[in-house]
Design a protein around this ligand. Structure first.
Ligand code: ARG
Length: 452
């Protein structure tokens, strides 16, 4: 494409080192849509005849079909998807094809393609997150009343329900979707027309191009537009946080399906065995999800590091933006799909959950609250219950069977009425707290929201 100035061909190793078509080929539908919009603007500016425009459009559509079918031959001599397509077009239609790159550079072209690709990926990922939310909400709805210990420091704290626990992830995922929608606004701006870095002496209707491609607006500084990769860094951060949420969920599920907890049973379809130990059934999906989160973080670090020392404007370093971006999108796509399926199919062992929650120590806070309701200051109540817990542990008598009046006379015989898990949960009626009714209502609210 630049043979005019050069007297030697590119070294083989440089071709291998510099090519990106082996991975950026996936931009092709966006590259073709961008080229057609660009050609239409040339037609409207009188730079192409109607006939030339039609040759370009038909030629590009045919190339698109061949790439989709897998019959198009890519060449690394042509570096990237942009030059592969342009060169194939000119080979096929001749003179008209050679006009396409007027008032355009690969710099504004690749920025446009990548933004279109990101926009489409955001829309798909948002759908996949909704699917995962729906699978969590369905389980939460079924298990709105399945009592289970809630933990802090991985020590049993207070009773909650499986429904409440799972809905916590639904909230996280909702924020993740919001972050993607917010990032979409910054992605959805059209850089085409920015040229290599300083626009062009040939004026094309940028607004019309943007509109044809579904962009909300056009960029306002050509130098920023072709060297900005903020939107990629921002997406990779959002993806990392989704990874963090999926990884925490994975960790919960790994614990829950261990013999020590036994709260859930994962489907045989979503677990693997051991080549040596015949009894094993391993939660590989959860572990892979936790492990792959490292890749999502690594990809974020790659782009941030690539950007930090670059003078304006385009530098070839920027080509390194694509592999991390694509890898994170592919990783998340599969992670969301498989986790949705796994959660839908997992069984929750109601009795094991209840057994684990049946330790009366889980209601120590409720006992302190009972004292508060009987006029004791919370700090004193905390100390009195602490003493009762110590006595229970020392004497080996469960807290609910201990004669509390020996600890302090403010404990009347009524105090032990708090030792009912049912009541303990029913009493947690504050917004956001896990009373059965609240959890059911929250599950219903999410079902409704996710239908829209
Ligand atoms: N494949 C290149 C990239 O991804 C396209 C832009 C090339 N521009 C250039 N000046 N060499 O960044």
């Amino acid at each position: 494409m630049w043979k005019g100035r050069f007297s030697k061909t590119t070294a083989d190793l440089l071709q291998q080192y510099g090519e990106s078509v082996s991975y950026d080929w996936r931009l092709y539908p966006h590259d073709i849509a961008g080229s057609i919009a660009h050609a239409r603007a040339q037609l409207n500016a009188g730079l192409l005849t109607q006939d030339e425009f039609e040759q370009i459009e038909n030629g590009l559509r045919q190339i698109e079909a061949e790439i989709t079918e897998g019959t198009f031959e890519f060449s690394i001599e042509l570096e990237d998807i942009h030059m592969n397509i342009e060169s194939a077009l000119t080979e096929r239609i001749g003179a008209a094809g050679a006009k396409l790159h007027t008032a355009r550079s690969r710099n504004d072209q690749v920025a446009t393609d990548t933004r279109l690709y990101c926009r489409a990926s955001i829309d798909t990922l948002r759908e996949l997150i909704s699917d995962l939310q729906r699978s969590l909400v369905n389980q939460a709805e079924t298990h709105a009343q399945t009592i289970v210990p809630g933990y802090t420091h991985l020590q049993r704290g207070q009773p909650v329900t499986i429904g409440h626990h799972l809905l916590a992830y639904v909230e996280m995922l909702a924020r993740d979707k919001e972050r993607l929608s917010d990032a979409r606004k910054r992605v959805n701006q059209c850089p085409l027309g920015s040229g290599a870095l300083a626009g062009s002496t040939i004026n094309l209707d940028r607004a019309a191009i943007a509109q044809e491609l579904g962009f909300e607006s056009i960029t306002h500084n050509s130098m920023d537009a072709i060297s900005d990769r903020d939107y990629i860094a921002e997406l990779l951060f959002s993806f990392s946080l989704i990874g963090a949420h999926l990884s925490r969920l994975s960790e919960d599920l790994i614990l829950w399906c261990s013999s020590e907890f036994g709260f859930i049973t994962l489907s045989d379809a979503h677990t693997t065995g051991s080549s040596l130990m015949p009894q094993k059934k391993n939660p590989d999906i959860c572990e892979l999800t936790r492990g792959k989160t490292g890749r999502l973080y690594g990809n974020l670090m790659s782009i941030l590091t690539a950007l930090k020392g670059l003078p304006l404007t385009y530098n070839r370093d920027l080509q390194e933006d694509k592999e991390p971006l694509f890898d994170s999108i592919d990783t998340l796509t599969l992670a969301l799909k498989i986790n949705t399926e796994m959660i839908e199919a997992m069984e929750i062992n109601t009795q094991e959950c209840l057994n684990a929650a049946s330790d009366p120590l889980l209601l120590a806070t409720d006992l302190a609250d009972w004292l508060v309701k009987n006029g004791v200051a919370f700090r004193s109540a905390h100390e009195l219950v602490g003493k009762a817990v110590a006595a229970s542990l020392r004497e080996g008598v469960p807290l609910d069977q201990l004669d509390l009046t020996t600890i302090d006379p403010v404990f009347t015989s009524e105090a032990s009425s708090i030792f009912s898990l049912q009541k303990a949960l029913e009493a947690r009626t504050n917004t956001g707290a896990p009373s059965f009714k609240n959890v059911k209502e929250e599950a219903d609210r999410w079902t409704q929201l996710l239908q829209e």
